[in-house]
Write a protein that binds this ligand. Structure first.
Ligand SMILES: [Zn+2]
Length: 537
């Protein structure tokens, strides 16, 4: 044996053998499970033995939707997530504007959320002009679905001349008809002009840095969406960075790429390369086509059947018209590619399920595991259809921290209580995996697991439809075995089972026994990928 972990409280997520105290690993694979008396004698001269000191060991955590490169980029920008007023946003940005001016760069701010402000009013370009009229400034809303640019920036992007009713872009306008600096959804692609595309080596550095941060949270696998970072055609550059790291044996985590493309042509070009669906390049694997079908609630771009109760007349937006969505899906589906679609509103969900049903009927394929990323607003009827179509869900429990402030106002409590209903999905036998959508939220898994169980705000000040919550064991499964299922890898990872990869995490307390509200305080002590300790506290 290469390594024996012993004296642990090992919860395997394998129903056939749910608990043990020791695990023996060889060649990156779990060879034996048992009690210390059975396993320790297997140690040879060169076997490393690791005393778990009675701590909890679980299968390594899997986050099934995040944005690795965006995360690193965001670290370098002004973090506006804690701002509680427009004034604070202006102050935080003003403190960095000199630096940006010196470097001749844009000033970037990220993660503002006006719903958390004393006066929850959407900022516009004139609010940012108060910070600087000479330095171009862009701030992004926490949900990614909208940005606000100052006048200088709008001029540099060449879009100050756009006019309401005439423009093809999703922009906001003042009453005088001039753009107000708000740019929504895919129209934000124009902001690619505001960033310099990093070189290959820099992208590799960014990936390694992100992986190191994730390892501290016990993450051993991620599904990362990175292709639409700098421009829609950055897929080749980014894929190359991952593949080189994997080939050099430097990629610490297993990465499943959620391949975001907007058009059928882009997807076809991608599929004509070596990037075939499911192709594995060491620890880097080609995952599903990632499609956006609507936006987000806070930006009022999530597409709702009955519109926004708190913003009459607004229904949100559908990114792809029905036929275009079908074409995109059909291209992926016929090529054997999995599909994962961003849907938050109930109307977007229906349109997406229609398109899934159509491609699956026209081109029958065994077990395609198409999915919905976010699945937030969903009626009971839609849940039933979800189950019938055998669609998988990618949910972000941590989203309820801020969504519980707005969902009931947006859609009414009748729909709100049917939505974010993880209890129902699991009871129906729907596969749902857990994720953070980082940098939208932090990829800290234990707090995310905590939300599953408590359905409460971090500080306990509010609980939201607790009957829709799930048990601790179900929550752990969402971030382990269900994550593996979402990438067709449940046979090789996701549980501590003989024959699977030795991807493991050790936690400092038994999260099964403590008060649910305290799960968020638990700390990761050790992270193991392929039998190798990649993080130790
Ligand atoms: Zn995302």
């Amino acid at each position: 044996m290469d390594t024996i972990f012993y004296n642990g409280m090992i919860r395997t997520q394998d129903n056939a053998y749910p608990a043990c105290s020791a695990v023996a690993v060889k060649g990156g694979v779990i060879m034996r499970l048992g009690c210390d008396e059975e396993i320790l004698p297997l140690a040879g001269k060169n076997t490393k033995t690791v005393d778990l000191a009675g701590k909890l060991m679980l299968p390594g955590f899997i986050d099934t939707h995040l944005h690795m490169l965006n995360y690193i980029e965001f670290l370098e920008q002004v973090n506006l997530s804690e701002a509680r007023s427009l004034r604070q946003v202006q102050e935080l940005c003003a403190a960095k504007v000199g630096q940006a001016a010196e470097k001749g760069k844009w000033l970037g701010g990220v993660s503002f959320n006006q719903d958390h402000w004393e006066v929850p009013q959407m900022p516009t370009r004139k609010d940012l002009d108060a910070i600087s009229q000479d330095v171009p400034i862009v701030i992004r809303r926490a949900c990614f679905n909208m940005s606000v640019v100052n006048t200088k920036g709008m001029e540099m992007l060449g879009i100050m001349g756009e006019r309401e009713g005439l423009t093809q872009m999703l922009l906001g306008f003042y009453d005088d008809g001039t753009p107000n600096g708000i740019i929504r959804q895919h129209s934000q692609d124009i902001l690619a002009k505001a960033v310099t595309i990093p070189a290959l080596e820099d992208i590799k550095e960014m990936i390694l840095k992100a992986c190191a941060h994730m390892a501290k949270q016990g993450i051993t696998s991620v599904h990362s969406e990175d292709y639409i970072n700098y421009a829609v055609d950055s897929s080749e550059l980014i894929a190359r960075a991952y593949k080189e790291l994997a080939a050099e044996g430097k990629l610490p985590l297993r990465v499943y790429q959620q391949c975001a493309f907007r058009t059928k042509e882009q997807l076809e070009a991608f599929l004509a390369t070596e990037n075939k669906p499911g192709a594995e390049f060491g620890r880097y694997k080609i995952g599903p086509l990632k499609v956006f079908e609507d936006g987000a609630l806070g930006a009022r771009t999530a597409c709702l059947k009955d519109g926004y109760l708190n913003d009459p007349g607004k229904k949100g937006i559908l990114i792809h018209p029905k036929e275009e969505l079908y074409e995109l899906f059909a291209t992926a589906h016929k090529n054997g590619m999995q599909i994962a679609t961003h849907c938050i509103g109930d109307e977007a969900l229906d349109v997406t399920m229609d398109a899934y049903e159509r491609v699956m009927n026209e081109y029958p394929r065994v077990d395609p595991r198409h999915g919905i990323i976010h699945c937030q607003l969903m009626t009971c009827g839609q849940q039933e259809r979800f189950r019938q179509l055998n669609i998988i869900g990618y949910v972000q429990p941590v989203f309820i921290e801020s969504d519980m402030n707005i969902v009931d106002d947006c859609v009414g409590s009748d729909l709100a209580k049917q939505s974010y209903n993880w209890r129902a999905y699991i009871d129906m036998g729907v596969h749902i995996s857990g994720s953070s959508d980082c940098p939208v939220e932090a990829f800290d898994i234990l707090p995310n697991i905590c939300y599953c169980v408590t359905r409460s705000k971090k500080d306990g000040s509010k609980t939201w439809y607790p009957e829709n919550g799930i048990t601790i064991d179900e929550a752990v499964r969402m971030f382990t075995l269900e994550g593996a299922y979402a990438s067709f890898e449940e046979a090789v990872k996701g549980s501590i089972t003989v024959g699977k990869y030795a991807d493991l995490v050790v936690v400092d307390r038994d999260i099964y026994q403590i008060e649910p509200g305290e799960i968020q305080d638990a700390q990761v002590l050790m992270t193991v990928v392929n039998g190798e300790i990649i993080y130790k506290r």
